[in-house]
Design a protein. Structure first.
Lengths: 116, 118
């Protein structure tokens, strides 16, 4: 069964450093999403991406964040200057759209980001 | 803005018994989807069940069923014959679907921690 993959599974970085989290969505999906979950808290929507541009973003997704689809398979989330409060699990998800067979966003396993 | 509320931070049930997790939401839209996701300690997000708002019939997936009350904006999850493997965080989520395809990002509740007593 197709699945969303994410790398790395765990990233440790120092405050102020830039990080790039990578995701490979399911191949025929057209909508891509990033979510964040701070430990012990709920999952929060960050951004959605469609047709090579941001479709929607939350108030969390400020100027330090950016997303990109650099090639036909990867979808990345960049955090320019990490802060301690960016420590969280980051989930990528993809959605088929356009006559979807399943109204479901498929989640990757997540990348645990630790900022020290 | 849409909101999702889960008022039960934690629930406990005996193995083989039935438990109901509550969820309410707020939206001005008429066409949307509701979901229950399970998050075990691995933190993987696993879809349990989904409900289309335009469908009056409550969704069912094996031991999992929902009670969808659109007018009351209520969407509870019932787990029958609880098993040890059901122990996890359960998140209720809402999404608006675009008429031409595509969907908003999911809005999640704070979650309910389900404990299964052997």
């Amino acid at each position: 069964e197709p699945e969303v993959t994410q790398t790395p599974s765990h990233q440790v970085t120092q405050m102020g450093q830039e990080v790039i989290l990578r995701c490979v969505p399911i191949s025929n999906h057209l909508y891509f999403y990033w979510y964040r979950q701070i430990l012990g808290q709920k999952v929060e929507f960050l951004v959605s991406f469609y047709n090579n541009e941001i479709s929607e973003k939350s108030e969390i997704f400020d100027d330090q964040f950016s997303v990109e689809r650099p090639d036909g398979s990867n979808f990345t989330l960049k955090i320019r200057s990490t802060k301690l409060e960016d420590s969280a699990m980051y989930f990528c998800a993809s959605f088929e759209a356009e006559q979807p067979s399943s109204y479901e966003q498929y989640f990757g396993p997540g990348t645990r980001l630790t900022v020290t | 803005a849409q909101t999702v509320t889960q008022s039960q931070p934690e629930m406990s049930v005996q193995e083989a018994e039935t438990v109901t997790l509550s969820c309410t939401y707020d939206t001005s839209e008429s066409d949307y989807y509701l979901f229950w996701y399970k998050q075990p300690p691995s933190r993987q997000m696993i879809l349990v069940i989904r409900q289309e708002a335009y469908k009056q019939q409550n969704a069912t997936e094996n031991r999992f069923s929902v009670n969808f009350q659109k007018a009351a904006k209520s969407f509870s999850l019932k787990i029958s014959d609880s098993q040890l493997g059901d122990a996890a965080m359960y998140f209720c989520a809402y999404s608006f679907m675009y008429s031409g395809g595509g969907a908003d990002g999911l809005t999640f509740g704070k979650g309910t921690h389900l404990i299964i007593q052997p």
